[in-house]
Design a protein around this ligand. Structure first.
Ligand code: SF4
Length: 272
């Protein structure tokens, strides 16, 4: 991959490969060309910090019944018009309030929360991999304290980034937003990238997937059948969470997904 285009530097983290002039931010709003180097501007800057049940990530088959210290920052490299966390994922640092927490401070806090059933740290809420350096540095310290790391991601990152964090990640929930290139294009992503990411992750840690069903967009039984067949080809026991859309952000013109539709789609993989 090219590293420069004239005076511009190319960010290697995700397939957008933003070509950034000095001082310019990338599409995710969390990386920037500073003095000729691409830096993560969200390192240690948290917009959300809470102790959540692990089922909320969602993870169904990884330490059920436990709690996990869940943190988010700002920015995202996709542009889903229905984003449920848009207040932090679709904004820059100046548009949101952040508190600073070093990797050491977060790992220490995770350890202090053991008394409440905490098993480790989950990197979630916005897209963690646009600031993978903080994930890597914190997760290493969390492991050193004998605790677990969870990543909740859209899977839209280069495999070189994934490889850098995989040794420290115990479980992931990866969004598989649909199973057509056309739908991924609308969201500013790419289905093949996510498929390769899931394949690589599933060979190394516990993986569960989530598909948010948006009425009229990714809700056909044919698409679910193709998706389920592909998932089964990697690991027939890999859980898939099929979740409801609720009107949010730029998509407020559609009703929430019908519950019956979710149950119909949930039944599709069982017939494969
Ligand atoms: S991580 Fe951000 S800056 Fe880098 S290529 Fe992706 S969107 Fe662009």
């Amino acid at each position: 991959m090219k590293q420069r285009e004239g005076n511009r530097i190319i960010c290697p983290v995700c397939p957008h490969h933003c070509s950034l002039a000095e001082g310019q931010y990338g599409r995710c709003r969390a990386r920037k060309n500073e003095n000729g180097t691409i830096i993560s501007t969200s390192y240690g800057k948290l917009t959300a910090l809470m102790l959540d049940p692990i089922e909320k990530k969602p993870l169904r088959r990884f330490h059920p019944g436990s709690q996990i210290l869940s943190v988010g920052s700002f920015g995202c490299n996709l542009s889903c018009p229905f984003c449920q966390n848009y207040e932090i994922s679709m904004c820059s640092e100046s548009e949101t309030g952040c508190r600073h927490m070093s990797p050491e401070e977060l790992a220490d806090l995770a350890e202090q929360c053991k008394m409440y059933g905490n098993i480790g740290v989950a990197f979630t809420y916005n897209e963690p991999l646009i600031g993978y350096e903080y994930v890597r540095d914190t997760a290493r310290l969390v492991h050193a304290r004998g605790m677990k790391n969870v990543l909740v991601t859209n899977g839209t990152a280069e495999l070189s980034v994934l490889d850098e964090i995989l040794p420290y990640i115990d479980a992931m929930n990866i969004d598989l937003k649909g199973f057509s290139e056309g739908y991924y294009k609308k969201l500013g992503g790419d289905l093949d990238t996510v498929k390769h990411f899931i394949e690589r992750a599933a060979g190394s840690c516990h993986v569960e997937l989530t598909t948010l069903i948006v009425p009229g967009e990714n809700d056909s039984e044919e698409e679910m059948e193709q998706e389920a067949q592909w998932i089964a080809s990697i690991n027939p026991d890999m859980p898939l969470h099929v979740t409801r859309f609720f009107p949010r952000y730029k998509m407020t013109d559609k009703a929430a997904t019908d519950v019956e539709k979710i149950y119909r789609l949930k039944a599709v993989p069982k017939n494969i």
